[in-house]
Design a protein around this ligand. Structure first.
Ligand code: GLV
Ligand code: MN
Ligand code: MN
Length: 412
């Protein structure tokens, strides 16, 4: 029997999960290890158990929900994504890969299919960098991309360490034990919304990802001198925010002039100290995000940022310090999984585009230990990381169906 997706149930589960939020609807804010995140995790766990999956979690809170195959010793076919959401986000980023993955499994169960390889749904911890400044914390640890020692040094804005926060959330055990052995996964396939406009623009029903762009992020601190906004004359000033403004615009220029549309650079956080209307900014902290599909070009922008910091520092007598948080290589998706996804799209008679993911995903890190690929669902106007993010129930169901067909092929 062919798998059939329960579109309505999936759509209403997405709405239910969105209600676990620290922002008013339609916005979703669900930061890792907050009480809201913990409630959403418990809700997810009960849904996985209701589907007969065996649920476990590791020391960082990555959740594994397994449909045990007829050959339980063979490598696992993995799927899944994340349920944490950045401040003022939408309902679909990450969630579609988790609830769509669960519905794909349930559809296979209903169809009478029985896997040889176990099929495992993963809910990765902290794909979003909101709390600890680094994205994909769970999958970095799973893949050994981030060492347990490096993870232990991470702190949130309130100076609470990963260790303290995960223990308070009830996740014990050694971070060293989070790393999965190479060979744990036979393959890993992630369903996700596109977070860009191409599928809609090209009128394609689904996207098959063949490459994931390389992200880098940094913290840049600029330290000048504070003082009275009336008393300190302009020539005497060492205004850290004016210096930061020059750095931000120069970074934008470096991305714009890379010669490729794939180069992007963003300053998403600008913390000003002391942040008083009549006080000259003494210190500024910028969070910088730079990405490209091409590593050389991405690194060229990193070097341009270094150079502008040096120049602005000298010109404005402001000290600059830059801390590289991550600079990851891109990932190539596995041709066999890409072929299985294409074949499933054809079987279901859905149009598709083979494309690049400019956003990063847990698959980027799982690719270091296993063959991966991703399936994209269109999202309206390409909007993501904002409350009006939207994918239609029909599009989501199409993605879940192709995922089900692909998991069936790969787990046979
Ligand atoms: C993931 O959320 C990203 O920023 O690409
Ligand atoms: Mn996101
Ligand atoms: Mn995501």
């Amino acid at each position: 029997m062919k798998p059939a997706i329960d579109q309505q149930r999936l759509a209403s589960e997405i709405e239910e999960l969105a209600a676990f939020s620290d922002a008013d609807s339609p916005a979703v804010t669900r930061v890792v290890f907050t009480p809201t995140d913990m409630k959403a995790r418990a809700w997810m766990k009960s849904h996985c158990e209701a589907a007969g999956l065996t649920v476990r979690h590791d020391a960082i809170g990555n959740t594994f929900a397994r449909w045990i195959g007829s050959d339980p010793q063979s490598p696992v076919v993995g799927t899944g994504s994340h349920i944490d959401a950045i401040p003022n986000a939408g309902k679909y980023d990450g969630v579609v890969g988790v609830l769509g993955g669960l519905e794909a499994i349930r559809a296979l169960q209903r169809s009478g299919y029985r896997p040889k390889h176990s099929i495992e749904l993963l809910i990765f911890t902290s794909e979003e960098p909101t709390r600890f400044g680094i994205g994909c914390l769970g999958s970095r640890l799973l893949s050994g991309t981030l060492s347990a020692d490096a993870a232990r040094k991470l702190k949130d804005n309130e100076e609470r360490s990963v260790e303290e926060v995960r223990h308070a959330a009830g996740f014990s055990g050694r971070l060293e034990d989070v790393t999965l052995a190479r060979g744990y996964f036979k393959v890993f396939v992630e369903l996700h919304i596109e977070q860009g406009p191409l599928l809609e623009r090209e009128r394609k029903q689904l996207g098959i990802v063949e490459r994931i762009a390389a992200p880098a992020s940094l913290l840049v601190t600029l330290e000048g001198a504070g003082g009275h906004a009336g008393g300190v004359l302009m020539p005497e000033r060492r205004d850290a925010l004016c210096a930061a403004a020059e750095v931000i615009l120069a970074l934008e220029h470096a991305a714009n002039s890379s010669g490729a549309i794939d180069t992007v650079a963003t300053v998403g956080i600008c913390d000003v100290f002391p942040a008083a209307v009549n006080s000259i900014p003494a210190k500024v902290r910028l969070s910088v995000d730079i990405r490209d599909t091409n590593l050389q070009r991405r690194d060229q922008v990193l070097r341009a940022l270094d150079e502008v910091c040096r120049v602005v520092s000298e010109k404005r007598r402001v000290a600059t310090h830059s801390e590289l948080l991550n600079a990851d290589a891109p990932a190539e998706c596995d041709p066999t999984i890409v072929a299985a996804l294409s074949a499933a799209c054809k079987t279901c008679e859905f149009s598709f585009l083979v494309m690049t993911s400019r956003a990063y995903h847990d698959s980027l890190f799982i690719s270091r230990i296993a063959p991966v690929a991703m399936l994209f669902i269109p999202c309206r106007n390409g909007y993501s990381h904002r409350p009006d993010e939207f994918s239609s129930p029909e599009d989501i169901a199409r993605g879940a169906l192709v995922l089900a067909e692909t998991l069936a092929t790969l787990a046979a």
